[in-house]
Design a protein around this ligand. Structure first.
Ligand SMILES: C[S@@+](CC[C@H](N)C(=O)[O-])C[C@H]1O[C@@H](n2cnc3c(N)ncnc32)[C@H](O)[C@@H]1O
Length: 329
């Protein structure tokens, strides 16, 4: 699972001028996208524009269409990518709506795409955004501050069973039931500091001493719920894969098992065409693969990068290449 505590240590500031986020597995991502044909690459989570700037530097024949649903991130990437002029198009959108966004911008077949999932360091670091369990802040956690659902609605409004379920689903929290019960009993929970204290006292004493801050998984689980981080992913990946031109490449960086399961399933689906025939028999169902996978199990960062940048430690990079349906057979 991702370690939000580690992510915080990489933090920059909250305004675009100080938005700092070290691009994860930068060498491997550039390597994965190196064979892309010339043309537009979708950066579905452009953030501070770190990966995008590296790609634009490395490949003068590529342009970047950058999406993000966070206005601060988008302002930061606007500054960072300004030197690339008309080679960059930025648009505020959730990647769940990438089809409409690309059509609206008049972008045709993609030469490549990149999804670098989760939150960026500055989002986690600014207490006011409500992502951090280290400082008192509002129970917010919205990447897109125009959306109505906040962490307050989840923490102070969800039934105990739903809370317990999302703690397991989004963060593999072993003490989900105890935490959910404690949250419901303490309502109204005032702010992030009160929530962090509550979680700490809800879990058994020995568990408080291992595995980092006791509230990190609870915060991660609530953040994923507030931002529907898993709900949009499968459809967005299918849409992006469907828009790749033959030879185009797609790369996804995920940071916890729930995300990676979805990425793996959609990539496998693209590589098999959804074929469900028994593995040792020839396919009889007529499924048509649309992609090949670069490495079945994906890649993880080098030890040196995880040491230097703790946020990278839980990363997994999966890569595919689009094939022409005519190439198959
Ligand atoms: C890990 S950061 C990306 C950092 C970027 N690769 C860089 O090098 O600066 C993830 C970004 O994705 C954005 N994001 C997360 N989920 C999103 C979604 N469903 N739609 C659009 N943007 C999303 C976040 O707001 C955040 O800015």
């Amino acid at each position: 699972m991702t370690d939000p505590e580690a992510e915080v240590r990489q933090a920059g500031g909250g305004d675009p001028a100080t938005f700092r986020h070290e691009p994860v597995m930068a060498v491997e991502v550039l390597d994965a996208l190196a064979p892309c044909p010339p043309g537009p690459v979708l950066d579905a989570t452009v953030g501070g524009g770190g990966h995008a700037a590296l790609l634009l530097d490395a490949r003068p024949d590529l342009t970047v269409v950058g999406l993000d649903r966070d206005d601060v991130a988008l302002a930061a990437s606007g500054d960072r990518l300004a030197p690339f002029g008309s080679r960059v198009l930025l648009h505020r959108s959730a990647f769940g709506e990438l089809g409409a966004a690309l059509d609206g911008l008049g972008v045709g077949p993609l030469s490549g795409f990149l999804f670098d999932l989760g939150v960026s360091s500055p989002q986690l670091d600014v207490a006011d955004r409500g992502f951090s369990y280290r400082e008192a802040g509002p129970l917010d956690m919205r990447m897109d501050r125009r959306q109505p659902l906040t962490a307050d609605d989840v923490v102070n409004g969800y039934p105990e069973d739903d809370l317990a379920r999302l703690l397991v689903r989004n963060a593999d929290e072993r003490h989900a039931r105890r935490i959910a019960r404690a949250v419901v009993a303490a309502r109204p929970v005032r702010d992030t500091a009160a929530l962090a204290d509550l979680v700490r006292s809800a879990i058994p004493a020995p568990a408080r001493r291992t595995g980092g801050h006791p509230a990190k998984r609870t915060f991660q689980a609530i953040r994923i719920e507030v931002n529907d981080e898993l709900g949009q992913l499968a459809g967005a990946l299918d849409e992006a894969i469907g828009r790749l031109r033959p030879g185009g490449r797609g790369a996804v960086l995920s940071y916890h098992s729930g995300e990676d399961r979805i990425v793996k399933a959609r990539f496998d689906h693209a590589a098999t065409g959804g074929c469900a025939c028994p593995p040792r028999l020839p396919c009889a169902c007529g499924a048509v693969p649309v992609a090949t996978l670069a490495r079945r199990s994906g890649r993880t960062p080098a030890a040196a990068e995880s040491e230097r940048n703790p946020r990278a430690a839980s990363a997994r990079l999966r890569v595919l290449e689009r094939i022409d349906a005519g190439d198959v057979g």
